[in-house]
Structures are given as C-alpha cells and as structure tokens.
Write a protein that binds this ligand. Structure first.
Ligand SMILES: Cc1cc2nc3c(=O)[nH]c(=O)nc-3n(C[C@H](O)[C@H](O)[C@H](O)COP(=O)(O)OP(=O)(O)OC[C@H]3O[C@@H](n4cnc5c(N)ncnc54)[C@H](O)[C@@H]3O)c2cc1C
Ligand code: SF4
Length: 290
C-alpha cells in the first residue's frame, strides 16, 4: 500500500500509525519486496506487527537542494556530486557511491538511514540484529564485515556520505530535534537492536554542514566502477583540528580519534585485511590534507 500525504504533518501521522517512509525508494522497495519491512516496525531492527506494509511517500514533502551550508534531505546523491558549494569530501563521497542510477534516485536522507547489507540479515537469518542471540557472520562468511565494534554485531555500515558528513561535523535536523550526526547512530544492545536513534514517525529534514578549510574522501572498493564499498575514509581540517571518519568498518559510521585508534580493531578473521587497507587510506587521506 502506498500513501501520498499532502503535507508533512499528515506524513508524520501516517508514519506514527506504522507507515514506513519512502524517499527515492532504492533501498526501502527492495526491503519491502524481501519482507524486511514490518508494519509498525522499524526496518533496522526486529519490529512488531503483521499485515500489509504501508509505504508513505515523503520525497516531495522534504526540503531538497543545497542552500548555503544546508542540504535538504531529499537532495539526491547525484545533485550533491555535482554541487560546487558542498565540501570536497561530501561531493566525492556522493560521486563514488553506488551506481549512476542509484545516485540519481537515492536521496541523502535515505542514504544515511540505509540498512545493513550483511547477507545473513538480508536473508532473514535470526541473527542478533534481527533480535536473535547469535551473529551468523561470526562463524560464516564475513570478508566484508566490520573491524571495529564487532561485538555483538559485526555488520559494516555502507554509507560513503555518512563518513564524510561525520568528519565534517554535520548536524541533522529532524521533525523533532537537531542533533550531531554522530548521535543519529547507536550500537545495538540487548534491549534495542536498532542502529539509529530515529524514533517512529521522525523524519530527517536537512543537514547543516560546516565549511572546513580542507577535506578529502577516499575509498577502497572491490572494483573501481560501481564496486561495493569496502573501506571509506574522510579527513577534514578546520583550523588546527583534523577529524577522521570511516565508512564500512563498523556497524555505524565511525569517528576515529587518531590513526592509533585503529590499534583497537578486533576484526573477525576473514575481515582482518581491512585493517591494513584502512591504515593505508587514513595515511593517504592525511597526506592529501597536508
Ligand atoms: C545495489 C546498491 C549499492 C549501493 N552502494 C552504495 C555505496 O557504494 N555507497 C553508499 O553510500 N550507498 C550505497 N547504496 C545505498 C544507496 O545510496 C541508498 O539506497 C540510497 O541513497 C537511499 O536513498 P533513497 O532515497 O532511495 O532511500 P529509500 O529507499 O527511500 O529509504 C531508505 C531508508 O531510509 C528511510 N528514509 C528515507 N528518507 C528518510 C528521511 N528523510 N527521514 C527518515 N527516514 C528516511 C526509509 O524509510 C528507509 O528505511 C547502495 C544501494 C544499493 C541498492
Ligand atoms: S553481522 Fe550483524 S547483521 Fe550480520 S549476521 Fe551478525 S548480527 Fe546479523
């Protein structure tokens, strides 16, 4: 079922009644097809409810485009990749993410809220993130999984732009509050398996992205064009401060205090190769900044 509310207030009411937000649809339609969206539930964790899913088309109702340092949630990745005003790290992260078709349809809001691509989760294994007791990747295939915060879920968050925005110190504006991007994410706990702090009915409206002195985004993928993200590194310099953030190395976008922070990496055996790749990319990104 598809709802097309006429106003943001109406959309919020639909979402509070159990609807699921639909922006570009590149992710949520696939999840709906695969039975990974539950009515009244949250696509990122185990959700209550059975029956038909009600998708709520919010795209036309959300701010779109870049206005100074503000980016509307409905701005597509392709628009950000073309923008001459957003910081280089964000532009590059959007330029290399996914494929041209996905960048044309996918919005930045939807990108930040994408679900894990862990195949056990996608195949509905009753794993920890789905509310179960064990991580199936731990004893199974986990070449592309996390290297940091791997307990109890070793999934790797696959957003290139999220790492750039985290390093840039972006703020998220929602229908309910304003918060640092870092606070949009959380690690799963026994009583709450969600990877975000977004509440039912809450929509991301816009991002405020401070302008740095310099910024860079580098990524390693399994192939150069349209390859799946394996490691992403964003580095940002503002005055004397340098911030580094990582993509695809933890269940959520990861702020790295310093390159030495990688000494705490505890990868599963098959993902250990990512530690060296991350170190190399961090080194290269910092050299580029200088
Ligand atoms: C094959 C494939 C490869 C990909 N590769 C990459 C990659 O390399 N790098 C990368 O960064 N990304 C990648 N992606 C992710 C892609 O960028 C996202 O699917 C896209 O940006 C999501 O945007 P959307 O508008 O289509 O979101 P939708 O599919 O409409 O929504 C995604 C999720 O966000 C929620 N949502 C959407 N907008 C809002 C909002 N404003 N407020 C609250 N909740 C909202 C929806 O309810 C849903 O849960 C890939 C996706 C696919 C399918
Ligand atoms: S890595 Fe996370 S999502 Fe994947 S099987 Fe383990 S608990 Fe589930």
């Amino acid at each position: 079922m598809l709802a097309r509310p006429a106003s943001l207030d109406e959309a919020v009411r639909e979402l509070e009644a159990g609807g699921i937000a639909l922006a570009g649809g590149t992710e949520v339609l696939v999840l709906a097809r695969d039975g990974l969206v539950r009515p009244g539930g949250h696509v990122r964790g185990p959700g209550p409810g059975t029956g038909p899913v009600r998708l709520v088309d919010v795209r036309r109702l959300l701010p779109a485009g870049v206005d100074g340092t503000t980016v509307g949630a409905a701005t597509t990745l392709a628009e950000l990749a073309r923008s001459e005003t957003v910081p280089e790290a964000l532009r590059e992260a959007c330029r290399v993410a996914a494929s041209p078709q996905l960048r044309n349809a996918g919005t930045i809001g939807g990108n930040l809220l994408q679900t894990t691509r862990c195949w056990y989760w996608r195949l509905s294994f009753p794993c920890y993130l789905h509310g179960g007791e064990r991580c199936h990747a731990r004893d199974g295939e986990h070449r592309e999984h996390a290297i940091l915060a791997t307990e109890p879920c070793a999934s790797a968050h696959q957003s290139d732009p999220a790492a750039a925005l985290l390093a840039l110190g972006a703020t998220v504006r929602t229908t309910r509050r304003s918060l640092p991007l870092a606070d949009l994410y959380r690690l799963p706990t026994s009583d709450n398996r969600s990877l975000t702090t977004l509440e039912p009915g809450e929509l991301v409206l816009a991002l405020d992205v401070p302008a740095p002195d310099a910024s860079v985004y580098l990524r390693a993928a399994d192939r150069r064009a349209f390859g799946s993200l394996q490691v992403g590194v964003a580095a940002v310099r503002t005055g004397e401060e340098t911030r580094i953030a990582l993509a695809a190395v933890a269940p959520i976008p990861w702020l790295l205090d310093s390159p030495a922070g990688l000494d705490t990496a505890r990868p599963l055996p098959g993902s250990a190769w990512k530690v060296d790749v991350t170190r190399a990319l961090v080194r290269r990104a910092l050299e580029r900044l200088r």
